[in-house]
Design a protein around this ligand. Structure first.
Ligand code: FES
Length: 259
C-alpha cells in the first residue's frame, strides 16, 4: 500500500501555516476520511466541519489543491499524485484550522423577504410544470457556500460584503422572483442593496457548484436582465410573475401588509 502526504492548514484568526501528515493510503477513501484518520492518529485537535458525509449538508467545504470542493465527495484516487493540500475557504474568517465562520451568508439570508403567496383560492393553487422545474433547479443548493467563496467580488474585497449578496443568494432571489405565486417584489433590493450589478459573470460560481446548478446561465444573467428592464419577459422565464401578481416592496413585506 502506498503512502499519502496531506498538507493541511493549521491555525486560527491570528495566523497559521500548512502542516504535513504522512499516512498509509487506503482504498476508496475521500479526503474527509483521511482528515478523520489524521484526527484519530496524529492530530486530535485538528478542527474540521462535516455532518452528512454524503454531499448533502454542504458543511465540509474546503480548498483542496487550491480548488473549492466538498471533502466528503473528493476521492483521493482522483487527485494528482503528490501531496494533497487542504485549506479553509479563503473568503470567510477562519475559526480554527479548516473551520470558517460563514455567518455572513446567514446575515444576507435574513435580509431577503420570504415567499409570500396570495390568499388561497377556493379551487387551490395551480402551477405549470415549467414553473415547478425552474424553482427545483435553484432549490438543489446545499449551501456549501463554495460559490460565495470563489466570487471575486467578496473573495478579494472584504469591503464589498455589506453591499453584495453573492451568487448563492442571487439564485435564491431568482427562485423567489420567478415564482408565479409569490407577491413580494425584491427587484429594488437586489439591484440597489444586494449589488447584482457588481457581478460580471465570470462563471466561477457555476464551475464549483457540486449540484451543477447553472447559477449564472439560469439565475444571474436572466436576473440581471429582469431587474434592468421591467418589461423583460422571455418565454417561460422571468417576468411571468410580474405579469400576473401585484407586488410588494421589502418594506411593505416587513410591515406585513398584503396587497
Ligand atoms: S459532510 Fe455533508 S456535504 Fe460533506
Amino acid at each position: 500500500m502506498s503512502d499519502v502526504t496531506m498538507r493541511i492548514w493549521r491555525g486560527d484568526p491570528a495566523g497559521g501555516d500548512f502542516e504535513e501528515y504522512a499516512l498509509e493510503a487506503q482504498e476508496g477513501e475521500v479526503v474527509l476520511d483521511v482528515v478523520h484518520r489524521i484526527q484519530a492518529t496524529q492530530a486530535p485537535d485538528l478542527a474540521c466541519r462535516w455532518n452528512c458525509k454524503a454531499g448533502k449538508c454542504g458543511s465540509c467545504s474546503a480548498e483542496i489543491n487550491g480548488t473549492p470542493r466538498l471533502m466528503c465527495m473528493t476521492r483521493m484516487d482522483q487527485l494528482p499524485e503528490g501531496p494533497v493540500t487542504v485549506a479553509p475557504m479563503r473568503t470567510f474568517p477562519v475559526v480554527r484550522d479548516l473551520v470558517t465562520d460563514v455567518s455572513f451568508n446567514y446575515e444576507v439570508a435574513k435580509r431577503i423577504p420570504a415567499f409570500e403567496p396570495p390568499a388561497r383560492p377556493a379551487e387551490g393553487y395551480r402551477m405549470q410544470q415549467i414553473d415547478v422545474e425552474r424553482g427545483q433547479e435553484f432549490r438543489k443548493c446545499i449551501e456549501c457556500f463554495m460559490c460565495q467563496n470563489v466570487c471575486h467580488v467578496i473573495r478579494d474585497h472584504e469591503e464589498n460584503k455589506p453591499h453584495y449578496a453573492g451568487p448563492r443568494f442571487f439564485i435564491r432571489l431568482a427562485e423567489l422572483e420567478t415564482h408565479p405565486l409569490d407577491t413580494n417584489d425584491r427587484r429594488e433590493l437586489v439591484r440597489q442593496r444586494m449589488g447584482l450589478g457588481l457581478c460580471n459573470i465570470t462563471k466561477c460560481c457555476t464551475e464549483v457548484c457540486p449540484e451543477h446548478i447553472k447559477i449564472t446561465d439560469n439565475g444571474i444573467i436572466p436576473m440581471k436582465e429582469r431587474v434592468v428592464d421591467a418589461s423583460y419577459d422571455p418565454v417561460g422565464w422571468l417576468g411571468r410573475k410580474i405579469m400576473r401578481r401585484p407586488k410588494r416592496s421589502p418594506e411593505e413585506a416587513a410591515a406585513g401588509s398584503s396587497s
